[in-house]
Design a protein around this ligand. Sequence first.
Ligand SMILES: [Fe+2]
Ligand SMILES: [Fe+2]
Length: 473
Amino acid sequence: MMLNWDDPLAAPIPRVESKPAVKKETAEPIARDKATETTTPDTTEAKGHDTEASQSKTATPAAQEETSAPAADATEARAAKTPLKAVPFATEALDAPVAESAAPVVEKAAPPARAVADSAERTPMQQRREAEAAKPFTPMSPINPEDKRVINGIGDINQLAPFKYPWAWDFFINANKNHWTPLDVNMTSDISDYHHKLKPEEQHIFENVLAYLTTSDILAMRNIGLAVMEKMTAPELQIYQARQVYEESLHTWTYQHCIETIGLDQSEIYNRYRMVPEINQKIQIGNRRLDAVMRPDIDLRNPDDLEEFVLSYAFFSGIFEGCWFYNGFSPVFALQRRGLMKGTAEQLQYIMRDEVMHVSFGIRVVRQIMQEEGVQLDPRDIRDMWDEAEAAEMAYSKFLLPKPILGYSQEDHHEQFRFIGNRRARQLGMEEPFPGAKNALPWLDEQSNMRKEKNFFETRVTEYQTGGALKWD
Ligand SMILES: [Fe+2]
Ligand SMILES: [Fe+2]
């Protein structure tokens, strides 16, 4: 169906049917019974409206509004003996929540919003808005960039320049040079490779890499978009992070595109993290770090909360993205080196290019916060973080590679995690957690670096002109 993107109701909002009223033997609170009784007829009527709306492709906005108005509004309208069509179109209705399992009980019909607005009685909220709007303009002194801080700053978050962190702006500019979508990559050979050339143990690896990544990238998106971005007090940092949020969602689209194109069982792949403890464990470690800082009462002026936030950001950039993603793509790159699953591998190369920037940016922000706020992390917390991450990665690699495939083994995967872990720790200004770890996959850095001249396989070359200017790691 071709949507009119300028019409918010072009695609009717599906109504969720209320559950049928079930009279339980046990005593139910009166309010619950009331709700059930109120919603049941609404649902029937609403269903009729939905059908009508779907049959009429030329429905007017007002008529479409009818179909999307919450059940409570409909009840209200009937109570006032007013036909639904007579309700004036009000844009406020677009913001109204879609009814879910049951509409709220309406004790008393509220006056229509327009009537309130027109009446002489102003609500406290309206009075407050009017008072704010009536405040006279007072010229402000210019921004001093030195007032800016990564967190706990007092600068004007809406004013980009003058910069205090010009490097953050450079990250944003560079990120926009790596612009791509999964539709740019030819996936044709992957379909036959997966179904006709991969051995069962290679299919197992391929599927579980995707099963891990699908959930991980959503977690990465939620972390940066919901827990980190809101705490930044310099706009140049937030702007790159906004781009990062977009890129994480693009990565999720990429995995979904691979799963659909190759014809894998979508539901089974997505649910695997719920079934496989070795995948679930890594996700849960990320979830715990996210939950620790995504709470309304966190106060970054409190030293304990601040340390928790810095640890979480260090974990996500240094380990979750810096090791688990960096290392997580390598089994598919190993297949690519043998000429298999080249389309998926190329998709992962594009993702890798984004992730390398996320890692560098995140680590830089962490170091900046530690310097500005004088944060000293407890060495025991850092050690625990690395030990937990290594144990989880070890278990994951055993599950992924119960026996080696050509050119890749469990030991390679584990050792490479330790090697990359040391790199991230050095970048974070920390001691190496795994002294003496070897570079078990010397081709990985080169493979990750998708420059045209180093892309030795016969994938479709989608080198963007500006992409070669990016620096890696
Ligand atoms: Fe990502
Ligand atoms: Fe990322």
